[in-house]
Design a protein around this ligand. Sequence first.
Ligand code: SF4
Length: 232
Amino acid sequence: MSDAAARGAALEALAVEIEACRACPLGSSRTRSVPGEGSPTAEIVFVGEGPGATEDVEGRPFVGAAGRLLGGLLALIGLRRDDVYILNVVKCHPPANRDPEPEEVAACAPFLRRQMEILDPLIVAPLGRHALHSFAPAAKISAAHGSVVSPAAGAPIPTDATLLPLYHPAAALHNGSLRPTLERDVAALARALDPARARRAAARGAGGAATLSQMQEPPEQHQLRLFEGENP
Ligand code: SF4
């Protein structure tokens, strides 16, 4: 089985688990779960906050107006949706488009981590402040957008991946002045690819492409090591 086929099969198996999940209240109120979609071997993974109303009906991420804008931004750097992977922090639609509660984000976090383990992305691009919070809680999207940011200890990202947040496309739909900023930041994302590839090659050596992803330590293990007095 090819690498892409193996990862695709793992993602499909995970999507079955997500569809059956009722670990938080969103599982009972949503219409369809939205596990994510795209290339299983994508170098770039975009992470939104949670599915909206259209996504809830279709079971696919970023299919409304914000998704169309994201597609237009990708075209600016010569990419299509099929070239990247798009997912959300929570996989079920929060009613009335409210922000997910911290408990809901926490309940869904194991799925996000397992997706990142399977996808092993080169660049993780959180879209908006809520998604950024899952990777770098102390960072402010107003300062961090379009720049490489250090992930927090225990963030669900491979240790040699690059974190580069963008504003959420929906923000540019509400505030048109953000659109040129988003276009500049997507260009910055494209420019970050070669340095990110070099960083990974340096971390994994010549056989890097075949090396299993090494994730940041999950928070509970990190906390335990701190408790035991070990270096984090
Ligand atoms: Fe499960 Fe996540 Fe859906 Fe909550 S949002 S029910 S944790 S899949």
